[in-house]
Design a protein around this ligand. Structure first.
Ligand SMILES: NC(=O)c1ccc[n+]([C@@H]2O[C@H](COP(=O)([O-])OP(=O)(O)OC[C@H]3O[C@@H](n4cnc5c(N)ncnc54)[C@H](O)[C@@H]3O)[C@@H](O)[C@H]2O)c1
Length: 444
């Protein structure tokens, strides 16, 4: 913490008591997050990949030499205070779910077995139309979608009695591709649609609605619309419950949003960018269905258009060919391999190629992002300057397809996103923004 908080910083409510994390979809990402937090709490491992736990922030001028850890600067909840619950369509406890996910070593899991066995997902609100490849085992039943959503509200209310503050993060499977329709356009239309069982209301929207109705922040780690519709943006603002999404930016798109800005700032042209993946986890199995893959494809395709702005740079980027594939390949499990072939061109139009082969681990990359998002959304909910804004665009650093205010294009460049995030922290803590202008180092 800074020694004497500024007026803005002082207005942020302290992170006192237990922070409850509610997770619809307790598969690979969720179990890796929860087991990982417990491993860190026990001193068995370091929270690598997490900005809130390991990142630093420069304050003041470069000559001030003042660069604290973010967690010592902003009033972020402590890992010791996190409590987890959630919902899934499969029975069993989180030890079983983590074993099925095959992300963490068996030995590491055994050490945390009693802790993981102590968490059992609640029955889910599910609709087979939205995820065709999975056979549900433990789901809620009710007379309509409103009834299901109210059951989720009751679950939230019970968890509220055991915790001091809450956030919800969707790490459920990717739902089939849908676009906004009439029922999504206002809260009134949405709530009528809940009662009328409107087919355009996806299960993830039931969780988002229930969560926001309870005044709890909602984060969407998958590419499906969920809270990114006018009705839920309205509810978010009315309730002062922040929202953020969509789709964790973990592997290939993370690297793409580093490389594409590099080509752009050097005025190098792009003829084509071919991205393909092999992935063998349950997420890969769900995405093997074309309707579910379409949701992911849309989320992954957007980034280059926004970064390269072909309309502003037609000589460099008009008509570049962008292809993204995900192939389900069981032997690899969660250890995804993502290839990129980039056909670029330079001075006088001479062609060049760049190849990237990222042998990554999907959930190992996603878990720290999910943790940071939960902690930052809790901070947003305690911060007067942020909580009533609805969408928390400053967290676009974490997403492939960041939600933005209508009419505002998303910022995809990872380093601009990083600067935006850190300047938001400086802003709420009453510190000067870092603009990188730096002329004053050279004055009289
Ligand atoms: N791992 C990554 O790197 C990464 C990156 C970006 C986005 N994502 C997204 O995060 C999500 C989770 O990924 P994962 O690898 O953990 O997948 P997973 O299949 O291991 O877990 C998803 C879980 O959601 C459950 N589920 C499905 N519908 C549900 C519902 N209506 N209610 C409650 N639970 C439901 C499934 O039963 C499953 O256990 C996916 O949408 C994925 O696309 C993952």
């Amino acid at each position: 913490m800074t020694e004497s908080p500024t007026p803005q910083a002082a207005a942020i409510a302290p992170a006192q008591g237990k922070l409850g994390i509610m997770i619809p979809g307790m598969g690979a990402v969720a179990t890796t997050l929860i087991a990982g937090v417990e491993a860190v709490r026990r001193g068995m491992a370091k929270p690598i990949g997490s900005m809130t736990q390991m990142g630093t922030i420069r304050l003041g001028k470069r000559t001030d030499d003042n660069t604290p850890l973010i967690k010592d600067f902003a009033p972020i909840a402590q890992l010791e205070d996190l409590v987890f619950t959630g919902w899934d369509i499969f029975g069993g406890n989180l030890y079983d779910a983590a074993k099925t996910a095959h992300v963490l070593d068996r030995d590491q899991l055994e050490e945390m077995r009693p802790f993981l066995e102590g968490i059992e997902p609640m029955p889910a609100a599910f609709d087979q139309r939205y995820i065709k490849r999975l056979e549900p085992k433990k789901i809620k039943t009710g007379k309509n979608k409103c009834d299901l959503a109210n059951q989720i509200r009751n679950d939230i209310a019970e968890f509220k009695a055991k915790t001091d503050r809450q956030v919800m993060i969707w790490t459920g499977s990717t739902e089939i591709y849908i676009t906004e329709s009439a029922v999504h356009q206002s809260l009134a239309a949405f709530e009528k649609g809940l009662v009328e069982d409107d087919e355009n209301i996806a299960p993830s929207m039931l969780y988002a609605w229930a969560c926001l109705k309870e005044g709890v922040p909602f984060i969407n780690g998958a590419p499906n619309l969920s809270c990114d519709i006018p009705a839920l943006r309205e509810l978010s603002k009315t309730m002062g419950a922040p929202i953020a999404g969509k789709d964790f930016k973990t592997g290939q798109t993370f690297i793409k949003t580093v490389l594409a800005p590099a080509l752009k700032v050097r005025q190098l042209g792009l003829a084509g960018w071919y991205s393909t993946n092999i992935l063998g986890n349950r997420d890969g199995e769900v995405l093997d269905d074309p309707d579910n893959f379409k949701t992911k494809e849309e989320s992954k395709l957007g980034v280059l258009e926004y970064i390269l702005q072909p309309d502003k740079n037609p000589d460099l980027y008009k008509d570049f060919y962008h292809k993204v594939r995900i192939n389900y390949y069981p032997p690899r499990g969660d250890n995804k391999e993502g290839w990129d072939n980039i056909d670029l061109f330079g001075w006088l139009g001479y062609p060049m190629q760049l190849k990237v082969d990222f042998l990554c681990r999907d959930s190992i990359l996603a878990a720290p992002l999910a943790l940071d998002l939960c902690l930052y959304m809790d901070l947003a909910a305690r911060t007067p300057a942020l909580k009533n804004l609805g969408i928390q665009e400053w967290l676009s650093f974490y997403f492939k397809a960041p939600d933005t205010a209508p009419g505002v294009y998303p910022e995809h460049d990872l380093f601009i996103q990083n600067m935006k995030l850190k300047n938001t922290l400086r802003h709420i803590m009453g510190e000067s923004l870092v603009t990188h202008l730096g002329l004053d180092y050279y004055g009289e």
